[in-house]
Design a protein around this ligand. Sequence first.
Ligand SMILES: NC(=O)c1ccc[n+]([C@@H]2O[C@H](COP(=O)([O-])OP(=O)(O)OC[C@H]3O[C@@H](n4cnc5c(N)ncnc54)[C@H](OP(=O)(O)O)[C@@H]3O)[C@@H](O)[C@H]2O)c1
Length: 249
Amino acid sequence: MDLTGKTALITGASRGIGAEAAKIFAKAGAKVALVARGADAIAELAGEIGPNAVAIPCDIARYWEMEQAVANCLSAHGSLDILVNNAGVIEPIAHMAEADPDAWGDVIDINLKGVFHGMRAALPVMLEQGGGTILTIGSGAAHGPVEGWSHYCSSKAGALMLTKMADKEYRDQGIRALSLSPGTVATQMQREIKASGINPVSKLDWSDHVPPDWPARTLLWMCGAEADGFMGDEVSLRDQAIRAKVGLA
Ligand SMILES: NC(=O)c1ccc[n+]([C@@H]2O[C@H](COP(=O)([O-])OP(=O)(O)OC[C@H]3O[C@@H](n4cnc5c(N)ncnc54)[C@H](OP(=O)(O)O)[C@@H]3O)[C@@H](O)[C@H]2O)c1
């Protein structure tokens, strides 16, 4: 996949799947805009990637910060062709009767509203350009309940609907909106899940998780026409046929 001449804005690029995606997209020729709250981490990664990377500190839970991040991406790189809605959180993990309502809402603000904020800020730019690709990291948690994860499951179910909505409203104007369900991935998020000890996911061995470059390479594949059949839908990295197409199996 050659992304020369394309610009990708990747949220949650300070570590994990987002950081891998930034490196892999840049290697494929893209100019990248790295978004996260951790300014030092994205600045360091941008330095490592080189002049085609810019670090944009931003809390995606606040719309005005996301809107500014898109504006900063445009002034640094001149366009926005690919949005990767990757940033997400799972803490605090808690049963519903004990969950702190404000902290529960904070997760919705990031995982669900943050995805809407990204789409809302990027869509006018992409529509003006005649099209663009919006990739959102989903989860198996969008499809079924997982103990202790009422906030996370609800937010991922909603985020999947946002992909379907973007596809419904804008496919005919050149917008490619797709979701990626990555399976379990060896990142900080899985460390937090393990520490909670609450559900079967927390009991998995580290070796059960795929490395973060697997979803990152799949995101790159999803930028191409071969993934067009998944527009408005989800690509599952548990699917062996997808792994084979991406070159992971
Ligand atoms: N790991 C898995 O097994 C797994 C499975 C299914 C889906 N996912 C999804 O994959 C995505 C990436 O997760 P990961 O596993 O790579 O986790 P991670 O290593 O914990 O990374 C999460 C990223 O999101 C950023 N972030 C969190 N809140 C943010 C906010 N308010 N504004 C901007 N950035 C924010 C973090 O940066 P800062 O803290 O610096 O802001 C960090 O870069 C998430 O959407 C997650 O739900 C992960």
